[in-house]
Design a protein around this ligand. Structure first.
Ligand SMILES: *[C@@H]1O[C@H](CO)[C@@H](O)[C@H](O)[C@H]1NC(C)=O
Ligand SMILES: *[C@@H]1O[C@H](CO)[C@@H](O)[C@H](O)[C@H]1NC(C)=O
Ligand SMILES: *[C@@H]1O[C@H](CO)[C@@H](O)[C@H](O)[C@H]1NC(C)=O
Length: 472
């Protein structure tokens, strides 16, 4: 009958439309042009940019096909108040700006549930990233690590809990950015997590973000022991960073490719080139989009483990002329890098004068004894002469390049500038303390409830400064 034919044609049309959408947009781990971009830490705002470009809700970054995967940074406390974890999403959601679930320091970010689901329905994956250098993370025994896998499953993935920070949104996996604390028992955690994921009714992903020196000091043994889906290798803040691409003694993707094929329990594990999305997003290692595009294309030609590019972070990429979109266009072949086949050898030494497209690095200048805006020293970051850190309550200035050299250590790589006397906070800044009041602050800033279009961004909450991926 006519009505029946019409109806089946209609449904067939819908089906074709739906499957087209799924095929075109769904995240594909086996692809070699994926772009993974960290979201959550408002790196742009933390490095002193214009408030209009501060981090927006996650769906703001899902309005086109550019980004495929969003690790949400960070779950920075494993066992906090009430034995529960805590997350910190800077100006978007944190214990400082949002109410917490009773008896815990887990902020209630359920207003982000539909936001996250918007990204997922556009075919992107959203994972929770555990760690960051300031993270109070680690396990004291195997059973604690295994129990924590259940906690993560219940709070973020397919399980259930009364303190799910993103409510009904079911994230797509877990990213491990472990840069401190004990390195033990992560294998137990990952193994238990994988079992839970295998029992779930959708695909889940486990990734890690090692630094480029191989093997990674914290996560190296874990990625050797457990099957990861991808590693987002941080090719910045280290001697092996992107700016050293032409120096075969420093840049070394082949070691990672070899690890993927011969050591990882998952021989199909994908290796991403991790890059800063702007000059100010990292201490060192930034290259322009065309250079990164060229490096990625060359690397993909030679190494079948190459899976794409990771960027730190979304706020920096958007403020830096949509660095994410530029880089993606090289990955997909929509644009061809205009550079020659050689990357600039030492961008790091000339950055001050050559980075017209990068946001100005207007970080709070640290004067003697004033530690405002100066990050805490981190063991596995390479520091250059002139870099400043806070360590043991004092301000320190690097006299030479160093790596894992404790301020005050015998190598003399650091000058002690004395105690942090005046911590003058810039407008909108505050210092994070380990455990803030359970009560929501009296003046909770208004949320950015509607997702603005890319041209009409405005943030209302203060910037955070505690991301570990960069120092000031
Ligand atoms: C918070 O938890 C405590 C202890 O379980 C309970 O006594 C209290 O009533 C709870 N408060 C709210 C507002 O749910
Ligand atoms: C593991 O560590 C936790 C936390 O320190 C402790 O409560 C628990 O008793 C330990 N379990 C075993 C089996 O040692
Ligand atoms: C790729 O392989 C070619 C030929 O062996 C080599 O000349 C080139 O340097 C390699 N490029 C990368 C990025 O490893």
């Amino acid at each position: 009958m006519a009505s029946s034919r019409l109806s089946s044609t209609f449904w067939l049309g819908l089906l074709i439309l739906a499957s087209d959408v799924l095929v075109a947009g769904a995240f594909d781990i086996s692809s070699t042009d994926n772009l993974a971009v960290y979201w959550g830490q408002n790196s742009y705002g933390a490095t002193g940019g214009n408030t209009a470009d501060y981090q927006q809700p996650i769906s703001y970054y899902c309005q086109d096909d550019v980004i495929n995967a969003f690790p949400v940074a960070f779950l920075d406390v494993f066992f906090g108040e009430g034995g529960e974890p805590s997350i910190d999403l800077a100006n978007t959601c944190s214990t400082a700006n949002d109410p917490v679930f009773n008896g815990t320091q887990m902020p209630d970010c359920t207003f982000l549930a539909s936001d996250i689901e918007t990204c997922q329905s556009a075919g992107k994956i959203v994972t929770i990233s555990l760690g960051g250098a300031t993270g109070a993370v680690g396990f004291s025994n195997a059973s604690q690590a295994e129990d924590f896998a259940t906690t993560i499953w219940d709070l973020f993935l397919g399980g259930s809990s009364s303190i799910r920070p993103f409510g009904s949104a079911v994230l797509d996996g877990v990213d491990l950015d472990i840069e401190g604390g004990s390195t033990e028992y992560y294998s137990n955690f990952v193994s238990s997590l994988r079992s839970l994921m295998n029992s779930g009714d959708k695909s889940y992903y486990i990734t890690a973000a090692p630094q480029c020196p191989f093997p990674d000091a914290y996560i190296g043994s874990v990625i050797n022991a457990e099957p990861f889906d991808a590693v987002y290798v941080q090719f910045y803040n280290n001697y092996c960073q992107l700016t050293e691409y032409d120096n075969a003694n420093d840049w070394d993707f082949s070691t990672w490719d070899n690890w993927a094929k011969n050591t990882s329990p998952n021989p199909d594990v994908k290796v991403y080139i991790g890059a800063p999305a702007a000059q100010a997003a990292a201490s060192s290692g930034y290259v322009d989009a065309a250079t990164l595009g060229e490096i990625a294309i060359q690397t993909r030609q030679n190494y079948s483990s190459f899976g794409g590019i990771m960027l730190w972070d979304a706020s920096q990429a958007y403020a830096n002329d949509r660095y994410d979109a530029q880089v993606k266009s090289y990955l997909t072949g929509a644009a061809t890098p205009v550079t020659t086949t050689t990357a600039p050898a030492t961008t790091a030494t000339t950055t001050a004068t050559t980075t017209s497209s990068a946001p100005a690095t207007t970080t709070t200048a640290a004067t003697s004894g004033n530690c405002a805006g100066v990050a805490t020293w981190v063991a596995n970051v390479a520091y250059e002469s002139g870099d400043q850190v806070v360590y043991n309550g004092n301000l320190w200035t690097a006299t030479e390049w160093s790596y894992a050299e404790t301020p005050g250590g015998s190598a003399g790589a650091w000058t002690d500038d004395g105690a942090c006397t005046a911590v003058a906070l810039a407008k909108g800044e505050y210092i994070k303390v380990a455990f803030q009041s359970k009560e929501a602050p009296l003046n909770v800033p208004p949320k950015v409830s509607a997702v603005p279009t890319a041209s009409a961004a405005s943030a209302t909450a203060p910037a955070r400064r505690n991301s570990r991926f960069f120092k000031f």
